[in-house]
Design a protein around this ligand. Structure first.
Ligand code: NAP
Length: 437
């Protein structure tokens, strides 16, 4: 049958959002090639007419939030030539990707402050910025959960990774409440309303995020959302670095370089909790008391002393280097290798030069040296919880044995700008965590 004409107001509320949501019955999904082209033209013209945001709000019938089950029509490569403003002939081609989101039993995310889109920190040209019109995440599939994000940790990787690799929305550490389950038979035992924390592969710095069930764990009541959101990258890297790569044992000696930052404080706390007899911390003098309060037995102020000279050669079982290659010219490898215990000592780096990364990822690092990447998995999230649990033993409430050092920042324009400027400055203390309100 004849398809209804394309009406500009149908597009009005979607043009400024990049994603184009419409019902499966609209001509853009089922229309002929000509109408698809008209659709793109109408879209392009409309964008021009309104310069990003429509001047007039569309009629209320068309003004609604995308609903799970709607089709998501995403124009790819709209190539149109001709001067449309002056009524010239338009020629060109275009292609669409049309994806039908499966309709779920679970309700759509509740409306927050009446927006169709959500707040999120997105990768822009000059670094991450706040977007008020970031599209909602897609509906969760089997083995996935949709979370209402309560808190999300920030890591240097969030500004280092390009959009092509890590997606538009930043953030890999998340803590929140399950709002929808992709497939109840494959939900990892999680249900709507459960508080969970863990890893995402991008997209945590937003009000909603989709996560994989196998890389999140249930949040215990003795951990706040902000504390839980500080853990995944920094503490799981520390756990895997000290336990697996470093082979740390009770009574061992550990040197932590960059000890006052997110991963540094984590390593100092974990080494102490794992029974290290000596934890030497390398940081600036102003943070000496702070790292001592988290378990360091000795502090080397890198602004005044050379760690390679003031520490005894062949002394350490594990050297955990959270500073080398971090962007401000930090280079410790050659200076600290002589401090390793001969034959058994392990040097664990978590960043380094491109060449070291190639060797680390291809398993060709020299003996006793490692460059590790966090491996997201639920077993380690639970192992970390076991280390952190309040000393009372299985207590529902109480103070955790390891309390992460967290600074909460509201996810707004100022917060996003401030957090990433401070991270790039390389002198933050502990973890910065976005809080959603
Ligand atoms: N491989 C992985 O899976 C993985 C995981 C997490 C992080 N990382 C990487 O590890 C690095 C550290 O991450 P982070 O989250 O700990 O960063 P961060 O929190 O931004 O680290 C800041 C800390 O670095 C210290 N620092 C700066 N310059 C230093 C120097 N010359 N010597 C010693 N310490 C110095 C600062 O100490 P003062 O203020 O006391 O000077 C500050 O406390 C980053 O490069 C990150 O990309 C890798």
């Amino acid at each position: 049958g004849a398809e209804p004409p394309i009406e500009a107001h149908n597009l009005a509320h979607t043009t400024f959002k990049r994603h184009w949501w419409c019902n499966a019955s609209t001509p853009f999904v089922s229309g002929s090639g000509a109408q698809r082209t008209r659709g793109i033209l109408a879209w392009k013209l409309h964008v021009r007419a309104h310069s990003r945001r429509p001047a007039q709000r569309p009629p209320s019938a068309t003004r609604r939030r995308p609903w799970w089950g709607d089709a998501c029509l995403r124009p790819l490569r709209p190539l149109v030539s001709g001067n449309r403003r002056r009524g010239g002939v338009a020629r060109g081609c275009c292609c669409f990707s049309v994806r039908f989101l499966p309709r779920r039993n679970s309700p759509p995310p509740p409306r927050r402050s009446g927006r169709w889109a959500m707040l999120a920190s997105v990768r822009g040209r000059g670094g991450p910025v706040l977007s008020r019109v970031a599209p909602l995440p897609r509906a969760p599939r089997g083995g996935e959960l949709l979370l209402r994000v309560e808190a999300a940790g920030v890591n240097p990787v969030d500004y280092k990774l390009p959009r092509l690799v890590a997606g538009r929305i930043t953030g890999m550490d998340v803590s929140g409440v399950v709002e929808a389950v992709g497939d109840e038979s494959n939900s990892g035992g999680f249900e709507v309303g459960d508080a969970v924390w863990g890893h995402t592969f991008g997209g945590a710095h937003a009000h909603r995020a989709v996560v994989r069930c196998d890389v999140v764990a249930r949040k215990p009541p003795w951990l706040s959302h902000a504390q839980a959101a500080a853990l995944p990258v920094a503490y799981i890297t520390g756990l895997q670095g000290l336990r697996d790569a470093g082979g740390l044992r009770r009574g061992g000696s550990v040197l932590v370089i960059g000890a006052s930052g997110g991963t540094g404080v984590a390593a100092v706390q974990l080494a102490t909790a794992m029974g290290a007899a000596e934890v030497v911390a390398v940081c600036s003098g102003k943070n000496a008391d702070l790292v001592r309060s988290y378990g360091a037995t000795r502090v080397v102020d890198y602004t005044k002393e050379d760690v390679g000279e003031v520490c005894e050669a062949g002394h350490f079982d594990v050297i955990y280097d959270a500073a080398t290659g971090s962007g401000a010219g930090e280079k410790y490898t050659a200076r600290v290798l002589p401090l390793l215990r001969p034959k058994t000592g392990q040097y664990v780096q978590i960043n380094g030069s491109a060449w070291r990364w190639i060797r680390g990822l291809t398993g060709t690092m020299p003996k006793q040296q490692h460059l590790i990447l966090t491996k997201a998995n639920r077993a380690d999230l639970e192992a970390l919880l076991a280390l952190m649990a309040p000393p009372a033993g299985g207590a529902e409430q109480g103070t955790p044995a390891i309390v992460p050092l967290v600074e909460e920042v509201l996810l707004d324009e100022h917060g996003v700008k401030d957090v990433f400027a401070r991270l790039k400055g390389r002198h933050t203390r502990g973890k910065l965590v976005f809080i959603m309100r």
